[in-house]
Design a protein around this ligand. Structure first.
Ligand code: MSP
Length: 510
């Protein structure tokens, strides 16, 4: 079995978590769960990015110390992820001592390797982006993303010689065609490199909320410079070389498209400069849009979108955890932008969950009780459903393996559709008790068993529940995947439980 190390971006704690953050985190969680399911040794990291001007400003506004503020807000991210059944193995905070140590070691390595020098920086700064803009790239002195007036900054800073890494980055891209996926985002990243790289200012003296520069204590590191290193801190960079060697070659960063330049240009160059192989894979996803606009805290502050209506916790309270997880994974192909709407959630819920999955489980349990005395029969080896099941297993597997949760769920739901069609065609509810109805119900139960394994990365609690209802012991994730995902693997009949509807329909006028 392999290894799989997946990370989300670490989220700024200037405000509360919203559904845009949840989108990344749920995708990373489902991918981590998939890899655990197939037996890979898996590590899933998320956390909070707690330094920088933006966070310091938010703390100052709240009249709390930066530490109090970050403790409080970071906790809100943990609470949101707990509410969404996120199975992270580690939650990193950039204010932790382990992170300070690893940042200082990593950047000292770059310094010792001669890639850092001192100079004066003059430029326009956007606090919301935590990034500099050339005047030409700005919107007449305003941030092109946030529309706020850029601040003129002039500071003596330490610089990273990014320009020296142009050729090595191009070579890395050429020799690692899968470094950035999907292809369109890889091209975008590559065009940043081909467009020419300027050295970057990596320290600040204007604020003290950050990791101190070990060779010049008047400076703290620029927030992005400290943040990227979190992916290494969590696997023991600077303190445990074996852990780094174990996990780093299997690293996958899942990120939103607006932070491509940091992850696909700066970060690999920083790793090269520190004498480390760059991250092996960056999977970029698009934005969730509300009415065509990116869902962000800044927009909420401008009054365009009410983010309080779309906090992940409110959503899961309203629609249930697994329906929201399913919606986020199923609605949009990873890499594309997607529209987020409450109508879309209700539509997916009623169609895919209530009508297809929920209805299948309910009607099978009902017929097993009325025609088979509540005992689930075994499947036929030569069932007409077998081919559908084998196709669903192989397509679901290949989709998860290529970071395509939407396609994976589509393939799994193909089996649900085929099973519902099979039942409608044969109408076992009209049959007399006996071998014929037993065969049909055995086949349907076997299909449901496979669905509860295949859908478990997306809807873990629902799949556990279905597993129990069809009389299986333990959880769908307990078995060895390759053995249990074989048609007619279950050869014993089992008691089937009739339960409440898994997904009671939502009336669309509610
Ligand atoms: N702190 C940096 C990341 C540092 S990583 C070393 C940051 N934080 S953030 O809080 O702004 O979160 C950015 C991430 O949240 C995006 O890359 C994306 O993964 C997710 N999203 C934020 N808004 C989003 C949408 N509207 N849609 C989809 N994802 C969104 O940038």
């Amino acid at each position: 079995m392999g290894r799989f190390y997946i990370t989300t971006p670490i989220y700024y704690v200037n405000d509360a978590p919203h559904v845009g953050h949840a989108y990344t985190t749920v995708n990373a969680d489902a991918l981590a769960r998939w890899h655990r399911l197939v037996g890979d040794e898996t590590k899933f990291l998320t956390g909070t990015d707690e330094h920088g001007q933006k966070v310091a400003d938010a703390a100052a506004k709240s009249a709390l110390s930066p530490h109090e503020w970050t403790d409080q807000t970071s906790m809100r991210f943990r609470e949101a992820w707990d509410a969404m059944n996120i199975s992270y193995d580690d939650f990193i905070r950039t204010t932790e001592a382990r992170h300070f140590e690893s940042v200082q070691k990593f950047l000292s390595a770059i310094y010792d390797n001669g890639h850092i020098y001192k100079d004066v920086y003059k430029g326009l700064y956007c606090v919301s982006c935590e990034d500099y803009y050339m005047y030409e790239a700005s919107d007449h002195g305003k941030c092109p993303v946030h529309g706020i007036v850029l601040t003129e900054m002039e500071e003596e800073n330490w610089f990273f010689r990014l320009s020296a890494f142009e050729d090595r980055l191009l070579e890395y891209y050429a020799s690692h065609p899968q470094f950035v996926t999907p292809e369109t985002k890889r091209n975008e990243a590559l065009s940043f490199v081909k467009g020419g790289l300027k050295d970057i200012s990596i320290t600040r003296t204007s604020i003290d909320w950050g990791v101190p520069v070990p060779w010049d204590e008047r400076h703290v590191f620029y927030v992005w410079y400290d943040a990227l290193i979190n992916y290494l801190t969590a696997i023991g960079y600077g303190s445990d070389d074996d852990e780094v060697a174990t996990w780093w070659p299997h690293s996958h960063h899942l990120i939103g498209k607006e932070i491509i330049r940091f992850h696909c240009v700066w970060w690999p160059a920083m790793c090269m400069a520190a004498g480390l192989e760059p991250v092996s894979h960056v999977q970029v996803h698009g934005w969730l849009l509300v009415g065509g606009k990116k869902l962000s805290k800044t927009m909420a502050a401008r009054g365009d979108v009410k983010l309080t209506d779309i906090s992940p916790v409110l959503l899961t309270d309203e629609y249930g955890v697994d329906p929201i997880r399913y919606y986020l994974l199923r609605e949009t192909a990873l890499g594309n932008d997607g529209d987020f709407s409450l109508e879309g959630i209700v539509q997916r819920y009623n169609t895919d969950l209530a009508n297809n999955l929920g209805n299948l489980v309910a009607r099978v349990a009902t017929v097993v009780h009325s025609k088979c005395a509540g005992v689930g029969p075994v499947a036929q080896m030569n069932s007409p459903l077998r081919e559908h099941a084998e196709l669903a297993v192989s397509e679901t597997q290949s989709a998860w393996n290529r970071f395509a949760p939407q396609a994976a769920l589509e393939a799994t739901w193909g089996l649900i559709g085929a099973t519902n069609a099979y039942l409608e065609q044969l109408a076992p509810w009209k049959m007399e008790p006996g071998p014929e109805v037993n065969n049909v119900m055995g086949d349907a139960l076997e299909a449901i068993r496979l669905v509860s394994i295949l859908a478990s990365p997306a809807m873990p609690a629902t799949c556990d529940e279905i597993w129990t209802r069809i009389g299986m012991a333990g959880k769908p994730t307990d078995a060895v995947f390759n053995e249990s995902c074989v048609w007619a693997h279950e050869t014993a009949s089992r008691p089937v439980i009739k339960g409440d509807p898994l997904f009671p329909r939502i009336k669309s006028d509610e």
